[in-house]
Design a protein around this ligand. Structure first.
Ligand SMILES: Nc1ncnc2c1ncn2[C@@H]1O[C@H](COP(=O)(O)OP(=O)(O)OP(=O)(O)O)[C@@H](O)[C@H]1O
Ligand SMILES: [Mg+2]
Length: 354
């Protein structure tokens, strides 16, 4: 092949392979070598690209010159990857050829899959309380029509189920708002000890009812950080509520705020908010997935307690928006610690990078 054509293939930013009329590979760029392996030139394309749909497409284009599109599935060692492959006819010096280009569409596929999973999850989460409501309406119209005691009980359950649906919709809305503004870093001054104290007093009745002791370990002085007060309150409420909810009677939940210190992970000065419980804990294998929407360690227990499974997803988004970090540790039988590290200031001092 001519040198210019080889240069053109080499200059293409996508994996590209040129196949000749004699079904051998004429040229391949370094992206193609990374994808398909070394020593491609002069090999028969069947020995390199072993996937039947792709082979059919190449043969078809070699035969009739019509462009074709197909898929190539492979694995980069860590995850499955999907390529859209375009087969285009080209005219070479001594006959027809086919130019293959590979476009990595793995992320698009994943985003599509996530969207489908999300819709399926939301529908499922809404359907459960909805089915219960419809069932009770049916019962109230029929068998329980004249039974005042049953009616009261059913109405209470219906109230709970409707409340759960309302919370779910509210949480979904705040998640989508959070996603929309995640890039905008909040800057209002927030007095953290004050905020934490007010969360604790708000949750005191809940903790008391659950038989859980709330223990504050907060500095007495004002400690201001740049943030969004409502969102930070939401973070602490979600974490403390979880600790109270899942720890059970007799447990202790400590809410601790550290003094400001340099945090290497933030490369800046920051503070740590820790929510430490003496509850049942969970297997650390759950930790990487815990902040996914609707992920629950024990889904039966969470649903029973009216949980939507969105609490930690919301926490994660808010912490991200504040350019902070969320760290989770847990030991089965001992308890869990949820640690939020927040930078003290919104903007790094001049001369440092973000
Ligand atoms: N302190 C904790 N101890 C034990 N398990 C916990 C703790 N915090 C969270 N979990 C587990 O993590 C799961 C996810 O928590 P998350 O707050 O996201 O959802 P939820 O509490 O089920 O529902 P929501 O908070 O939306 O009402 C919980 O279902 C629970 O299994
Ligand atoms: Mg929760």
């Amino acid at each position: 092949m001519k040198a210019e054509a080889r240069d053109l293939i080499a200059a293409m930013p996508l994996p590209a392979v040129l196949i000749r009329w004699d079904e051998r590979i004429d040229a391949a760029n370094s992206e193609a070598v990374a994808l398909l392996g070394e020593g491609l030139e002069e090999r028969h394309f069947i020995t390199v690209l072993r996937q039947p749909v792709l082979l059919d497409a190449i043969e078809g284009t070699l035969r009739d010159g019509a462009p074709r599109k197909t898929r190539y599935l492979t694995s980069d060692g860590r995850q499955d990857t999907t390529f859209d492959v375009a087969c285009r006819a080209v005219t070479l010096d001594r006959g027809p050829g086919v130019l293959l280009t590979f476009a990595d569409v793995t992320q698009m596929e994943q985003a599509g899959q996530m969207r489908r999973d999300f819709v399926a999850n939301v529908s499922h989460e809404l359907r459960t309380p909805l089915t219960a409501l419809l069932g009770f309406i049916e019962t109230l119209r029929g068998p329980a029509r004249e039974d005042a005691v049953a009616r009261e009980r059913f109405l209470e359950i219906m109230g709970n189920e409707a409340g759960r649906m309302e919370r779910l919709v509210g949480d979904l809305l705040s998640l989508s708002r959070l996603e929309a503004e995640e890039r905008v870093r909040p800057t209002e001054p927030v007095d953290l000890p004050e905020l934490l104290r007010s969360v604790l007093s708000g949750l005191a009745p809940v903790a008391e009812e659950a038989g859980v002791a709330l223990i504050p370990e907060l500095p007495g002085d004002v400690l201001e950080i740049a943030g969004d007060a409502d969102q930070l309150r939401q973070v602490v409420v979600n974490l403390v509520e979880n600790a109270v909810k899942y720890s059970g009677r007799g447990a202790q939940v400590t809410l601790r705020l550290s003094e400001p210190a340099y945090h290497p992970r933030l490369r800046a000065e920051g503070v740590e908010i820790e929510v430490i419980d003496t509850g049942p804990g969970f297997d650390p294998l759950h930790i990487p997935r815990l902040t996914e929407r609707f992920y629950r360690v024990d889904s039966h227990r969470s649903r029973e307690m009216g949980g939507t499974g969105l609490g930690l997803a919301i926490v994660k988004h808010i912490v991200n928006r504040h350019r902070g970090r969320l760290r989770i540790e847990s030991t089965p039988g001992k308890g869990s610690t949820f640690r939020v590290i927040l930078p003290l200031r919104a903007a790094p001092p001049r001369g440092e990078d973000a």
